[in-house]
Design a protein around this ligand. Sequence first.
Ligand SMILES: [Ca+2]
Ligand SMILES: [Ca+2]
Ligand SMILES: [Ca+2]
Length: 284
Amino acid sequence: MNAKFRLLILCVCILAMMTMNCECVYCTFCPDCSYCEGEDVPQEDENPNEGGEIDPNPDGNDYVLKFDGSDDVVQIKEQDMGLNSMVAGLTVEAWVYARSINTGDLVTVLDRTELPIGQNRYMLGFGKEGSTATFQVNGSTVNASGIITAGRWLHLAGVFDGYQLHVYVNGILGNTVQMSITGPFTIAESPIYIGANPNAPGEEFRGYIDEIRVWKARRSAAQIQQLMNVQLTGGEDNLIAYWRIDSGGGQTLTDYAGENDGELGTTDAVDTSDPEWVQIDFPH
Ligand SMILES: [Ca+2]
Ligand SMILES: [Ca+2]
Ligand SMILES: [Ca+2]
């Protein structure tokens, strides 16, 4: 191909990019502009684990919190969760939208643990493979068999019944495991962290979180499905913490079930660890 012909092709390509609003990176140097004409344009940066932003809805009826995956966190400091002495049954739920998912480490949605981290912990999030919902209680872990992908809303629920752990995704049972240590377990007063655990670097969540609930009882699949798409009053039996995430501003995450208000970031003032309020619709 001679130089003049290359120049002609280049000009045609540039003109095509301008008139077709084509973002095809191949056009600039490639003599074949057919990439521009279809929808199957190769995307060099495409990553199935990248979900992007959600579209904020200024007319939405709810808010969520957006975590940056770096240091954003909500802390619920050491208070009476009704769980401090003994945990005989537990259900933790949340709506989550991951913008991307780490691989190789856990991802925190909600984590309550004494230090050093080990037993006497419960944690809901994503597994080390980065593609599963996970629930950990007292040294045991259940990973959902299904794959988690970024870029969509998912309802996660972890259930502990004293003998087994269950994890649900969108109200569907993802897996069950036998506990390595059965029966009730104790947990001393310790903070709850949402979106990241400052004591566990690398487990930060990147995306949006909403409607977090902690129940001091096992919830069945039918019970989870019945209430996952509706807001609660906070007065439901056995509901001991309920963060609707609906105030739309400020430093406080209000608990509608108890007295376990959370605080955005690492201080009660605006700081770089504050997640961001985003207005959307609920149900998602
Ligand atoms: Ca909300
Ligand atoms: Ca703050
Ligand atoms: Ca930050």
